[in-house]
Design a binder for this molecule. Structure first.
Ligand code: ATR
Length: 274
């Protein structure tokens, strides 16, 4: 039997990753024969594990927490969107043998907001919570949508200021205290607080009427931020399942040259946890 093209997701922890299931569904749907597995890889082991994977004929890798910055350094060349994020979630072994690094997180979020939920950012007041790697990955795709204003708020204000400087002050930076008396149409949680079921210190009345909350993190249960959004009477309070499937679809298209139907997969995975 012919060896199947091999793909994988590396990260730590990796045991709850949905990526193998998503890529298996994509492969079935598009009649592609491939293997996709999840491997526990720490930052310390990343270079050895990735080198070994590609040396054994691996065709493509997804990299998740805490490996995205390391994957950026590992790639022989990177796309402009990976350059701005300084992080890579998708590695592609090219025909010439070089490893291309891309970042499909931001486009995954934009596609989920716009196409799956009909949420336009154009002309809206948008707030991003957090100024770490996750925020860096989504900034340009969100700025592309030309919101009326984009504010990045962070617990450590210096990090938000540094990020604004790096992105040529194309958005405003803020601490949480400075958000008092402000309102936003769309609030995106890009902090890692959801990992520990915590919530950034958000003032009352921060969400405008009919506003949207979106947590980049996803879980079987509503995250603390999704719960907060519901308490604020958000029109929609969403977690990152749709973004996860959308970023995976971009990676699949890069690897296989065909774009899967994401809606069927989102519906299936969403249905399994409700
Ligand atoms: P990631 O790559 O997931 O963005 P990161 O670069 O370590 O991870 O950044 C984590 C972000 O979550 C930071 O913005 C962090 O705020 P600080 O820079 O002030 O540390 C934010 N964060 C984590 N836990 C938080 C909490 N409990 N409340 C508010 N912000 C939190």
């Amino acid at each position: 039997m012919k060896n199947l093209d091999s793909y994988a997701v590396f990260g730590s922890p990796i045991n709850h990753s949905q990526s193998p299931r998503i890529h298996k569904l994509f492969a079935e749907q598009t009649n592609q024969s491939l293997d996709y597995f999840a491997q526990e890889v720490t930052a310390e082991d990343f270079v050895t594990a990735a080198t070994d994977f590609f040396a054994r004929g691996g065709k493509g890798l997804n990299c998740t927490v805490p490996l995205k910055e390391l994957a950026f350094q590992f790639a022989d060349k990177t796309t402009p969107r990976a350059e701005s994020a300084k992080a890579v979630n998708t590695l592609v072994k090219q025909k010439d043998g070089l490893i291309l690094g891309d970042n499909t997180d931001g486009i995954g979020l934009a596609n989920d907001l716009i196409f799956n939920h009909g949420i336009e950012l154009n002309g809206k007041r948008v707030l991003i919570l957090g100024a770490g790697g996750a925020t860096r990955g989504i900034l340009y795709p969100l700025l592309d949508q030309q919101p009326d204003c984009l504010v990045v708020a962070n617990r450590t204000i210096e990090k938000a200021l540094t990020l604004a400087y790096e992105f040529n002050h194309s958005f405003e930076s803020s601490g949480y205290d400075d958000l008092e008396n402000q309102q936003f149409d769309i609030i995106i949680n890009a902090t890692s607080a959801s990992l520990t079921n915590e919530l950034p210190p958000l003032p009352e009345n921060l969400l405008a009427e009919n506003g949207i909350c979106y947590d980049l993190f996803y879980s079987d249960q509503p995250t603390a931020f999704v719960h907060w959004g519901n308490l604020q009477n958000a029109r929609k309070s969403l977690d990152g399942l749709g973004m996860l499937v959308e970023q995976a679809s971009e990676a699949f298209a890069l690897w296989r040259g065909v774009r899967p139907d994401t809606k069927a997969v989102i519906d299936l995975l969403g249905g399994m946890r409700s």
